[in-house]
Design a protein around this ligand. Structure first.
Ligand code: AKG
Length: 229
């Protein structure tokens, strides 16, 4: 069953030092069909204490081929975390590390409404998002191969228009709703400014410095009034 908002915010409160935790990021992560995998990274540097607690909420099913996020288990703290971050830093090509990491990692394969929640020091990356080949194209490719093998009837409709029912095709964009809260004791220079041209929170929302406790109260009031109605 997908986690509920109260379930998530209770965990946020526990992980972020209480209800004074600030809403830090609210965005959508969109990966289009054909997107290359991301490089393994953490969202904040490796520090002895937690900085952010994040949820990626699936807005539609995320299958194995749609670039699910890969998370390296235990890479957020302790000796294991220090080793993982050191190995990544030493591996300038990222390749060796990614292949070793895959044996100690999990994939965020999600149903719509599920969420992956994680400490921002955890190493993770968006996976490769494969372009889906419609079944009709696969079928015509197979018959083309058979025809080419059996005779020289060369002109086969390899480029035939796909005729698969649209509901059999996966969405071409994988969208994750992305929200994070800042630990009450997090470094004061932690920035969510729009440094890469892809802001993870709108400035006017950031300026409000919304606190987890206030958001929880507002959500509870909405639930109560919906229950009465
Ligand atoms: O798209 C994803 O699955 C992960 C995205 C991410 O980690 C990032 O953009 O920092």
């Amino acid at each position: 069953m997908p986690p509920s908002w109260p379930w998530f915010t209770t965990r946020c409160s526990l992980r972020c030092g209480g209800d004074e935790a600030e809403l830090f990021e609210v965005a959508a992560l969109i990966s289009s069909a054909g997107a290359a995998p991301q490089i393994l990274h953490s969202d904040t540097v490796f520090t002895p204490t937690a900085q952010l607690f994040t949820a990626f909420v699936a807005l539609q099913d995320v299958t194995r081929t749609q670039g699910p996020t890969r998370f390296v288990v235990g890479s957020h703290d302790g000796e294991r975390g220090a080793d993982a971050h050191r190995a990544l830093a030493e591996d300038v090509d990222d390749e060796t590390f990614c292949s070793t990491a895959s044996s100690t990692s999990v994939l965020g394969i999600l149903s719509a409404g599920d969420a992956s929640i994680f400490d921002s020091r955890l190493l993770h990356c968006g996976g490769p998002h494969f372009v889906q080949t419609p079944p009709a194209v696969l079928a015509s490719a197979a018959s083309a191969a058979a025809a080419a093998a059996s005779a020289a009837s060369a002109v086969v409709a390899l480029e035939a228009e796909p005729t698969a029912a649209p509901e059999l095709l996966l969405p071409v964009e994988r969208v994750l709703f992305y929200v994070s809260f800042r630990h009450v004791l997090a470094a004061t220079d932690l920035s969510n400014a729009d440094t890469h041209g892809a802001g993870s929170i709108r400035p006017e929302l950031s300026q409000l410095k919304l606190r987890l406790g206030e958001l929880r109260k507002q959500a509870q009031a909405k639930r109560d009034s919906a229950a009465v109605a």
